[in-house]
Design a protein around this ligand. Structure first.
Ligand code: TRP
Ligand code: SF4
Length: 402
């Protein structure tokens, strides 16, 4: 992994509708936190959405702006993170194509989501070229920015794993310039005698004894060398590991903890279960949804005691209420001391309080969509700059520079 890109984070989301509290608690709060610590690139994966929605693409067009407004409203800040649309950076398609040349079919057929999704989305014909290539397009997204970390949910880990394999294969095939060793030795000299000696020793320790710590220390040593060019640094990374020059560094999945956000019926909140509270739902609708959501089915009359462990409302208390309030629910519910509407009232207040600033931030963008377009345009420009650089390196490595 190369120095500067270790600090880069990339993630994408498919535009297939408005975002809800599940997205907020699962993904967006995480992005907002990451944007302060890393060089973040967040993008709208419209081509990925097209792989499954090519027969009804209007949902994609309808959702892009709304989704970006939801991101901005949740606190993703274009001053900290680059925000862009995948199809505004056509370089992703070119890298996807080039990577497709070296990717064995079996690697794609074996990705678990390939068969899973075909089974799950039976009403769609997913026996297409594009859908098979879905994870490889994702690899192109990631490798384009040389991202060190990719925040994703459990279901996407296999895609990051594929990305690592494709990167390794690419580096193996194209990272070995004819004079690789000479160039690495010349680069080593630029570090100065003392550092070069340390580097040689660490390399030996790693390659002869598999000493992982030596590898880490060696990488840190390279990161600290201000006078190396990027190409030299990549050579020395590769020489350290015993591979060729590392052109496309391998990313790590940064596992997003599974969202504990329950939906209105106690199942996981998800559009397909029709149990969501959207981030920009009208407050009156939110109150209505919560007031009418089901409770412990055994608690029919106000005088019947209930069991919070059988009630979806209590799951919401576990997200929104402290110990004291949860205790209040337990006692009140099991003794029939409180009614279900009493029990729901603090949830209603918590959800409304959580969403009020989000709705407020969204308003300026809803009123002036040009603001959003400008943000996407600037993000796109920044993304294309990085993308051009990577593609040029990739093409030179393959030898496609005439
Ligand atoms: N496949 C991802 C999802 O469904 C979206 C995605 C596309 C993505 N490209 C990516 C996520 C690159 C992380 C990195 O959620
Ligand atoms: Fe559920 Fe609360 Fe009613 Fe008990 S009092 S059944 S926890 S809503």
């Amino acid at each position: 992994m190369t120095g500067e890109s270790q600090n880069r984070v990339l993630s994408g989301m498919r535009p297939t509708g408005r975002l809800h509290l599940g997205h907020y608690h699962g993904v967006l709060k995480n992005w907002v936190r990451l944007q302060h610590e890393y060089d973040c690139y967040f993008f709208v994966a419209d081509w990925h959405a097209l792989t499954t929605h090519y027969e009804d693409p209007q949902i994609i067009g309808d959702s892009v702006m709304d989704m970006v407004i939801d991101w901005l409203a949740a606190g993703v800040n274009p001053a900290s993170a680059k925000i862009f649309v995948q199809s505004d950076v056509p370089q992703h398609a070119e890298l996807h194509l080039l990577l497709s040349m070296i990717t064995p079919l079996g690697w794609l057929e074996r990705v678990p989501s390939y068969k899973d999704q075909q089974e799950k989305l039976r009403e769609r014909d997913l026996a297409t070229y594009g859908f098979l290539g879905y994870p490889l397009l994702q690899s192109a997204d990631i490798l384009m920015y040389k991202a060190g970390s990719v925040p994703v949910g459990e279901d996407q880990v296999a895609h990051v794993e594929l990305t690592r394999e494709v990167a390794r294969r690419f580096n193996h095939l194209y990272g070995r310039e004819p004079d690789f060793e000479d160039k690495a030795l010349a680069a080593m000299k630029k570090m100065g005698k003392k550092n070069a000696k340390m580097y040689r020793e660490l390399r030996k320790r790693y390659q002869e004894q598999g000493d992982q710590e030596a590898l880490d220390v060696g990488r840190a040593l390279l990161d600290g060398q201000g006078n190396l060019t990027m190409g030299d640094r990549e050579r020395l990374y590769g020489y350290l590991e015993g591979s060729g020059r590392i052109i496309l560094p391998e990313p790590q999945a940064l596992l997003t903890p599974a969202s504990k956000m329950p939906g209105l019926d106690g199942q996981k909140m998800s559009k397909s279960y029709n149990n969501t509270i959207a981030l920009r739902d009208d407050p009156r609708d939110i109150e209505q949804k919560l007031r009418t959501m089901p409770t412990d089915p055994a608690r029919v009359r106000r005088t019947d005691p209930g069991d919070p462990d059988k009630c979806p409302v209590f799951q919401l208390h576990q997200v929104y209420s402290d110990e004291t309030r949860q205790q209040w629910v337990r006692e009140g519910c099991t003794s029939a001391g409180i009614g279900c509407l009493d029990c729901k009232q603090p949830i209603i207040e918590s959800v409304l309080a959580e969403l009020a600033p989000i709705r407020e931030r969204a308003r300026q963008f809803e009123e002036d969509p040009q603001l959003v377009r400008n943000i996407l345009q600037q993000g796109g420009e920044a993304a294309r700059d990085v993308a051009d650089e990577t593609l040029n390196e990739v093409k030179s490595a393959i030898g496609l520079k005439y």
